[in-house]
Write a protein that binds this ligand. Structure first.
Ligand SMILES: *Cc1c(COP(=O)(O)O)cnc(C)c1O
Length: 398
């Protein structure tokens, strides 16, 4: 049994595995080759140069002039870092229940002793901006210390408008920090840490950044840094202070994930070579082609608000009486492709097509072809050829 690049129970399937879950994503060969090097002394002069280069270049990806902290951890660790560096026990934060990932962040906040207020949604759109504004306006005593929003809710394929959340906080004249989870949007969907006045941006390596899992990030504003001076939640591993002190010369307070940093340096170079605007436009185009395929099949996209359509993934609802997990299993077995499952209340009701990271037109079309054939095999009625609709769009919109 080989635990790589195959989902077939019998073992090896020829050809490349299609890893079309919305993260981890396909790691480009250039990044794999960059990581395939001897691990270096993380206190060496050479390492300091690598550290300085990658920490500087990374800022472009977050569209910030401020520091970006790198942890050897999954995205969940960077959630914890954002909360523990800025808040004190019993502090109140405002969160938006846009889906499964927002729910997990909320649970974490409560476990850490934070009083997390939740604004609900129907999991078919992004954060409810008027509700955020109303809660902040009501909060005359200014007890709310932070507003926490998941930019791209990976469980639903809905993207919240962070620019609008920022404007709502400003209209309410509220001093709360703004914290944003960009784990499945950074380097896929336009995101501006500085311009949108975000205080802590949370990100991970394994989605738009085209790396394996294992790194996560906090971009930190001056206001957040100031809050960290008086924040009382216990923290040690996650503490920004020691991290930023060591980062100033390109080093880390504990052993960094050296080989992942080689990969990160290469991935960031690739993103900047392509140009961030081109990267975002590519993702927008793939998302539109995918939605056209879904509509042609006669299926429904989970996101019900076109202004919130995600460009990094599309969650597709299966008709009543059919199983999304059965469909995914058939596609894995027959076509060696992984698709995302439904999470939480969407279990077995949706499947998710990841179209983020290192992806070209033909990979997207291969993905959609696998879905279309899978729908037929699983007996889910298909109205018209979706792949044709996607091809028409891609060929007509270079
Ligand atoms: C993937 C994801 C996470 C979880 O990150 P891990 O790396 O699995 O800890 C959190 N939030 C969002 C929006 C995600 O897409």
């Amino acid at each position: 049994m080989a635990y790589y690049a195959s989902t077939h129970p019998e073992g090896r399937q020829p050809g490349r595995h299609f890893l079309q879950i919305p993260g981890p994503t396909n790691v480009p060969d250039r990044v794999l080759r960059a990581m395939d090097n001897p691990t270096m002394d993380h206190r060496s002069v050479e390492f300091g140069k690598l550290g300085q280069e990658v920490l500087a270049n990374l800022r472009h990806v977050f569209q910030t002039q401020g520091p970006v902290v790198i942890y050897p951890a999954s995205g969940t660790g960077a959630w914890e870092a954002a909360l523990t560096n800025t808040l004190s026990p019993g502090d109140t934060v405002l969160m938006c229940r846009t889906g499964w990932f927002a729910t997990l962040w909320h649970e974490m906040a409560q476990r850490l002793g934070i009083n997390a207020i939740f604004i609900d949604t129907d999991w078919r759109r992004g954060a409810d901006v008027p509700a955020i504004e109303a809660k902040l306006a009501e909060d005359k005593a200014r007890t709310i210390k932070a507003v926490c929003v998941v930019h791209n809710e990976t469980s639903t394929g809905c993207t919240s408008r962070i620019d609008e959340v920022r404007a709502a906080i400003d209209r309410a004249g509220h001093p709360a920090l703004l914290m944003v989870d960009t784990i499945s949007s950074l380097a896929s969907i336009d995101y501006r840490h500085d311009a949108w006045g975000v205080d802590v941006t949370v990100a991970g390596s394994q989605k738009g950044l085209m790396l394996p899992p294992g790194l996560s990030f906090n971009a930190v504003s001056e206001k957040a840094l100031k809050a960290s001076e008086t924040a009382k939640l216990p923290r040690s591993f996650w503490d920004w202070k020691a991290m930023l002190a060591a980062n100033a010369t390109g080093y880390f307070p504990y052993t960094p994930a050296t080989n992942l940093l080689y990969g990160l340096n290469e991935a960031v170079k690739m993103l900047l070579e392509e140009g961030l605007d081109n990267v975002f436009a590519r993702h927008d185009r793939f998302a539109e082609a995918t939605r056209r395929a879904v509509r042609a099949w006669g299926l429904e996209v989970q996101c019900a608000e076109p202004r919130h359509y995600s460009s990094s993934l599309t969650a597709v609802r299966v008709p009543e009486g059919h199983s999304a997990d059965g469909l995914r299993a058939a596609i894995a077995e027959r076509f060696n492709m992984s698709l995302g499952n439904g999470l939480g209340q969407l279990k077995d009701r949706v499947f998710r097509i990841g179209h983020l990271g290192d992806l070209g037109d033909l990979q997207l079309l291969g993905t959609l072809a696998g879905v279309e054939m899978g729908l037929r095999i699983a007996g889910i009625p298909v109205k018209a050829p979706g792949v044709q609709a996607a091809m028409d769009y891609l060929a007509g919109n270079a």
